[in-house]
Design a binder for this molecule. Structure first.
Ligand code: ADP
Length: 576
């Protein structure tokens, strides 16, 4: 190289250095070099290998059009391979022909060789504190480079190192400042609503948009805690993962985080065996953090990126802070839901109780006035023996209704306070059926039959309570078959349980619509539609029956077809 040519290149170098120095970002530095390098060092190709955060890899940034053609841009190589790796590890420059290179790597220098590159200069990029990467120039001529080229390359790489360090310090400081204000913004969103779905959606969106993450998802643990349910999503994969998508706890990186309650930072997911790849995925980095509330993992915040080494400790710190806030926002929202729900239930119970008082007092008054009327008639006139019998049977019948009503009303209070006492003895089945029937008025439209298998003549239980159950079921059978029909009580051996007896009370009445069957034995449950809805009642009789049968260690259930009739069955222990 002639002296004047060398000095003109030094001029170009100082001009380049000034521009690089004034750059504000790594991208700008790369662009300036790309536009000007050819004037500084001759050759067909140039690229930089810049170290990743943890300095285990270097990532290629191409600096010449020829390099763009062979798809090395953004490829990463371990510092243990290739000549740039050697230069970085040994902090030394290299000037060689590819063929005689000691650290030749087929997928790096091999590609250059395919392009026809024969000689290389490689210099490390470093400041005195920090190794940043390596700068590479290549030429198609063998032995193309001479000492002045390596000096120029070294000077340039020093300028680059200083500029890159400045921009990275500046970027980090800017990122910190921006993050603090963004955390505040996201936190403000979290406290603005108590609706969980809304809260999580706006958190995911705010985190993704404000921090410019590639993709952000928030999963919540399902109630059974076996699954993580996708509850909010913002970013590039949004069209691929449906809302409500489920992943099992323990499965994939997010499953691991939910199971262990610790964050995972996988900056190269291909090295993490927990990573679960989806078809649409071109994720290279993933950061997943647990959302904890009351010392329990309630969900996972997951951030993904197509770049390698996309996340650092600052991301972990910021997202951990946000996860804490999401955790307490979720807890507040859940508490609010619970209170709202309890409140609604209390209002509903209050309404039902008010109805109940009205219905009970109506139910008490009706038989009482019938009794009064029959008794007054008896007092007033001379009555024939037939009439006398009729009035007396009305009085007995209505008194029976009253007594069941009083018994049921009393049972409710006792069941609720846990004070319903039982006296277990051996009970004669026929006796309780007769007692129950005698207290229910079976109208002329109904016929009543009963049958008891001989082996089932005795059961173990509280005589009065079992009679009360039968009386409730038989009086319902009458009440809910207004058009009449057969009412039968069958007592038989329980097919599956040899020590149990099965009582079945059947009618041919209105039946129960299927959607009510599951809740008929709950407190205040009533069919409120159709004909049955017009018949007055409290919705407490079957609940009392269930409580009594439960205390006997038995079960009660119903089989019914609308318009055809119902069969209520209960089981109790055999008496002998
Ligand atoms: P009530 O009869 O006072 O409403 P119950 O607890 O005895 O309360 O019954 C609850 C509901 O179950 C009734 O409102 C009725 O809709 C339905 N039901 C009970 N027994 C029968 C039956 N034999 N046939 C049809 N529906 C019935």
């Amino acid at each position: 190289m002639e002296a004047h040519e060398f000095s003109s290149r030094v001029n170009i170098l100082s001009e380049l250095s000034l521009k690089v120095d004034a750059s504000r970002s790594r991208e700008e530095i790369i662009r300036i070099l790309k536009d000007n390098l050819k004037r500084l060092i001759e050759g067909e190709c140039a690229f930089a290998g810049l170290l990743s955060h943890n300095k285990t890899h270097y990532v290629i940034s191409t600096l010449s059009p020829l390099m763009d053609a062979i798809e090395l841009e953004h490829k990463h190589f371990s510092v243990d391979v290739g000549m740039p790796g050697w230069s970085i590890q040994n902090n030394a420059g290299i000037m060689v022909d590819i063929d005689s290179a000691p650290a030749f790597h087929p997928s790096l220098e091999g590609k250059l060789k395919d392009l026809g590159i024969r000689s290389l200069i490689i210099v490390p990029i470093h400041t005195h504190e920090d190794m940043i990467g390596a700068l590479v120039f290549g030429s198609s001529k063998p032995g193309a480079f001479i000492d002045p080229d390596i000096w120029l390359a070294q000077l340039l790489s020093l300028q680059m190192a200083i500029a890159l360090r400045h921009t990275s310090l500046m970027e980090r400081a800017q990122k910190r400042v921006a993050q603090i204000s963004l955390v505040n913004q996201v936190a403000r969103k979290l406290t603005s609503t108590l609706n969980i779905d809304e809260l999580l959606s706006s958190a995911a969106e705010a985190i993704q948009k404000n921090f410019q993450y590639f993709d952000v998802t928030i999963f919540l643990q399902s109630v059974e805690e076996q699954d993580l349910v996708l509850s909010a999503h913002s970013g590039n994969y949004i069209d691929f993962l449906p809302h409500g998508y489920r992943q099992r706890v323990g499965e994939g990186i997010i499953g691991w985080v939910a199971e262990h309650g610790q964050y995972v930072l996988a900056n190269d997911v291909s090295l993490d065996s927990r990573f679960l790849s989806h078809q649409y995925h071109n994720t290279n980095s993933e950061l997943a953090l647990p959302i904890i509330s009351d010392n329990q993992v309630v969900g996972v915040l997951n951030v993904e990126d197509t770049k390698l080494y996309a996340f650092d400790d600052t991301d972990v710190l910021v997202l951990e802070t946000l996860c804490d806030q999401i955790g307490s926002a979720v807890r507040n929202a859940r508490l609010f839901d619970e209170i709202k729900h309890t409140n609604e239930r209390l209002v509903e119970l209050d309404r039902l109780k008010t109805d109940f008082v009205g219905i009970v007092s109506h139910d008490f008054r009706t038989p009482l006035s019938t009794i009064m009327l029959a008794a007054k008639s008896l007092l007033r006139k001379e009555v024939s023996a037939d009439r006398l019998k009729e009035y007396l049977s009305i009085i007995v019948d209505q008194a029976g209704r009253l007594s069941l009503l009083a018994e049921d009303t009393l049972s409710i209070a006792k069941i609720e306070s846990g004070q319903l006492n039982y006296q277990f003895t051996i009970v004669n089945v026929e006796t309780i059926i007769q007692e129950a029937v005698s207290m229910v008025k079976i109208s002329a439209r109904h016929t009543f039959t009963s049958s008891i298998e001989v082996s089932c003549s005795y059961v173990r239980g509280d005589q009065n309570k079992l009679r009360q159950v039968l009386q409730n079921l038989i009086s319902n059978a009458v009440k809910y078959s207004p058009a009449g029909g057969d009412i039968t009580v069958v007592v038989s051996q329980h097919e599956q349980q040899s020590d149990e007896v099965l009582f079945s009370v059947s009618d041919r009445g209105l039946g129960v619509p299927p959607e009510y069957l599951g809740r008929l034995f709950q407190k205040y449950a009533r069919v409120d539609t159709g004909e049955a809805g017009k018949i007055k009642g409290t919705g407490l009789g079957l609940w009392i029956c269930r409580e009594i049968i439960k205390a006997h260690g038995g079960r009660i259930w119903v089989e019914s077809v609308v318009g055809k009739g119902s069969t209520f069955r209960f089981s109790v222990k055999r008496g002998t």
